[in-house]
Design a protein around this ligand. Structure first.
Ligand code: SAM
Length: 222
């Protein structure tokens, strides 16, 4: 899909976000920067947060969940190094903002969200934007989505105790996964690659995400 150039009242704020929060901090992937300059982030937050949508921090999206800070979204997308022919699995749809960006950067997106009300809201916005290459699924994404595997890339937007084995198995040879791994208070964002039958893990940077709740994640009480 390609979201056209948006002429809403947030254009200047969006361009400022790209310049000051992303480019100035080292995001270099022009496809990622262009997509973040197009996707209307303010549509993915509740009315009361519209005017803060392009600020340099996460925001609440209901059900105790958050839309991530723009910089961390850009950082994860850059690390995934997607090309336009690829299929990507996203775990943790949340507001659907990152889903829209993935749909701009890849051929097909499958996105799994465990909270149905969030998935329904996200689906409505993605439809409104004409995003036809993203499929939303309600369920436990810690188990992956075997019916559509293997994936060229996987991005997990919630913190896991370890890299879930099903996700590793559903990543194709040569694929890339970006996932925050660690306890509640602080995690490491990891890039997991599968070159020549091996698994190579690189620590990218410290981060703090809400927990991945599910069979291969944390228990409900975390
Ligand atoms: N990237 C999202 C955005 O742009 O709005 C924000 C994702 S939010 C930080 C993390 C999301 O992961 C939450 O919506 C949460 O409900 C979801 N989540 C947590 N555990 C999950 C699981 N096992 N399967 C699917 N989604 C899960």
């Amino acid at each position: 899909m390609t979201i056209g150039v948006q002429s809403d009242r947030f254009v200047a704020q969006r361009q400022k976000m790209v310049a000051a929060q992303l480019r100035a901090r080292g995001i270099r992937d022009e496809r990622v920067l262009a997509a973040m300059g197009r996707v209307p982030r303010h549509l993915f937050v509740a009315d009361e947060y519209r005017d803060s949508a392009y600020e340099d921090h996460p925001l609440p999206i209901g059900d105790g969940q958050t839309i991530s800070q723009p910089y961390i979204v850009a950082f994860m997308l850059e690390a995934l190094a997607l090309d336009a022919s690829e299929t990507v699995l996203e775990i943790g749809t949340g507001s659907g903002y990152q889903t829209a960006l993935l749909a701009e950067l890849a051929r097909q997106v499958y996105s799994v969200e465990r909270i149905e009300s969030l998935a329904l809201k996200a689906e409505a916005i993605l439809q409104r934007l004409g995003c036809s290459n993203a499929s939303l699924i309600v369920g436990d994404g810690s188990r992956g989505l075997s019916e559509h595997a293997p994936f060229d890339a996987i991005v997990v937007s919630a913190a896991a105790p370890r890299v879930p084995q099903p996700l590793l198995e559903q990543l194709r040879e040569g694929g890339r996964m970006v996932i925050p791994v660690g306890p509640a208070d602080a995690q490491e964002l990891q890039l997991v690659r599968k070159p020549e039958g091996r698994t190579v893990v690189t620590n990218l940077e410290g981060c703090r995400f809400v927990p991945l709740i599910g069979e291969q994640g944390y228990g409900e009480g975390w």
